[in-house]
Design a binder for this molecule. Structure first.
Ligand code: GSH
Length: 254
């Protein structure tokens, strides 16, 4: 079988979730960094109706969505290597992961972009420009204003939406602080699992763990910065940093 190709946006925390799973499980793969717009074209070429990243290209066809990609990686992982779920914890993990995918992931992204796309679009652009060939970079420069408009519409960005997402994130921090309050090291079961990996990667924009591959690359705008500083006191934020330090380590950003 040829190596699976994982299509990503460098900045995307859902893509970081998928990359972390591949790296942790020791499954060989190739990363392909896409530009906005290019991702829709490639998705269509492979018969996908939506462009959402991450999507994986395999010999058996495309696999789209971070949860589906992690499941594919689990199935492809060496039998004697690390695991990200067990039969005993699978259902609990699935419930936690679904909530994180649908709530924390969506709102940590809207909380960041609601300010960043409006206040510092060039800083966001510089992350999308990374690893792009010259022609693609020129296209991105030319289309950036339109891309920002589409992002603002697609993710429903704005100052009121930023506050709304901040409040929702507060509630998700409360939920996770509650789970961790009994002193458990992991969200489900007695070993690191995809529930932990999902929580840490999808909350990373709101925590900025020092061991994140993009730490220091993504610049927080001021209101975002203040929220991140306030949340840093939470047990969940400290736990996210610990998960990154222990299970991710510094990986070169692409
Ligand atoms: N629930 C999906 C969310 C994926 C998602 O929203 N991806 C964003 C990047 S963070 C994306 O590709 N947006 C562009 C698009 O949907 O066309 C997952 O877990 O993969």
């Amino acid at each position: 079988m040829s190596q699976a190709i994982l299509n990503v946006f460098t900045i995307s925390h859902y893509c970081e979730k998928a990359r972390w799973a591949f790296d942790y499980l020791g499954v060989p793969y190739r990363v392909q960094v896409l530009a906005p717009g290019g991702h829709l074209k490639l998705a269509r070429e492979h018969g996908l109706r939506r462009g959402g990243l991450p999507f994986l290209l395999t010999d058996a066809g495309p696999v789209q969505g971070s949860a589906e990609v992690v499941t594919w990686a689990e199935q492809a992982a060496p039998a004697d290597g690390p695991v990200l779920s067990t039969d005993a914890t699978r259902d609990t993990i699935a419930d936690i992961e679904r909530r994180l995918d649908e709530v924390a992931g969506v709102h940590s992204r809207r909380h960041f972009y609601s300010e960043a796309i409006l206040a510092q679009p060039k800083a966001v652009r510089s992350i999308f420009l990374r690893e792009q060939p010259l022609l693609q970079r020129l296209k991105l420069f030319a289309a950036w204003g339109t891309i920002c408009t589409l992002m603002a519409r697609g993710m429903d960005l704005g100052p009121a939406q930023r506050k709304d997402s901040r409040d929702i994130l507060e509630r998700e921090f409360d939920w996770l602080d509650g789970l961790l309050s009994d002193g458990r090291p992991y969200l489900a079961g007695d070993q690191f699992s995809r529930a932990d990996l999902t929580a840490a990667s999808l909350l990373a924009p709101a925590v900025r763990p020092p061991d994140h591959p993009l730490h220091g690359v993504i610049v927080s705008p001021p209101l975002h910065d203040a929220d991140v500083a306030r949340w840093a006191e939470r047990s969940t934020a400290r736990w996210v940093c610990a998960m990154y330090a222990q299970y991710r380590g510094q990986k070169p950003a692409s």
